[in-house]
Design a protein around this ligand. Structure first.
Ligand SMILES: [Zn+2]
Length: 242
């Protein structure tokens, strides 16, 4: 039980960090898979991330059905999380957000690639999912299991995918990993737009991306820094890695 309480505390912290770093605003969310049961995940009730407390965290099955709802209103787009956990057994944490810098890439089809070493976690390239391709005119929200699974298929084996006219998803090996990629995905998008205005960009090569993402990459230092910036207690993961 102690481990679950610590995991929930990290999930609450992650919500506050993503808000402090302007990856989410009133909207957007992060979840974590239940280590006791891989067919379940934790996600807040529908609330702005900056305001989330431990009592807001609900548990869902991979179809997005609450395990213990207690009258709490879930996020409409919880299906994003369940579908990615269903498709990707190695993924432990999922972020969905509408950060402003990624939107221009999703609507133009201009591909995002890692532009600096700390952004290598976004992957070799970032696929774009267009909800209209399969579902026609919608309100753009991933509001059922079929939509979630279609998005998860576009994500494939990668860490990130853009959602046309909407935002993006990030899949990580841990809460810390997913937060780090989400922060640097937004940064990469902003830098790529600025660099593109100057001239032709030399992105990281495949080998450089693989080297950065190799063993020993650690986000504990970043996690401590982000906790302090967000004003939430820092809890060491106990290892220097992810
Ligand atoms: Zn959304």
């Amino acid at each position: 039980m102690q481990d679950i309480e610590a995991l929930i505390a990290d999930l609450v912290a992650a919500n506050h960090i993503l808000s402090a770093e302007h990856v989410v605003d009133a909207f957007g969310h992060i979840s974590v898979r239940d280590p006791r049961d891989p067919k379940r995940f934790f996600l807040s009730r529908a609330r702005a991330p900056e305001l989330i407390e431990a009592g807001d965290i609900m548990e869902f099955n991979l179809q997005g059905e609450p395990i213990d709802g207690r009258g709490r209103q879930p996020y409409l787009e919880r299906f994003i999380h369940g579908a990615i956990y269903e498709a990707r057994p190695e993924i432990q944490s999922v972020v969905h957000n509408h950060s402003h810098n990624v939107i221009p890439f999703g609507v133009t089809g201009e591909k995002l690639y890692p532009i600096m070493h700390s952004c290598a976690g976004i992957g070799h390239e970032v696929p774009i999912w267009d909800i209209a391709d399969k579902f026609g005119d919608t309100n753009m929200l991933v509001s059922n299991v079929a939509m979630g699974r279609d998005l998860a298929a576009r994500l494939g084996t990668g860490a990130t995918a853009l959602m046309r006219g909407h935002g993006c998803v990030v899949a990580g090996r841990s809460i810390r990993h997913a937060v780090q990629i989400a922060v640097y995905l937004d940064l990469n998008a902003g830098l790529q737009m600025r660099a593109a205005a100057l001239g032709k960009i030399k992105f990281l090569s495949k080998g450089e991306i693989d080297a950065v993402n190799g063993p020993g990459v650690g986000s504990e230092r970043a996690w401590e820094y982000w906790c302090v910036r967000a004003g939430v207690p820092y809890r060491s993961a106990g290892t220097p890695g992810l």
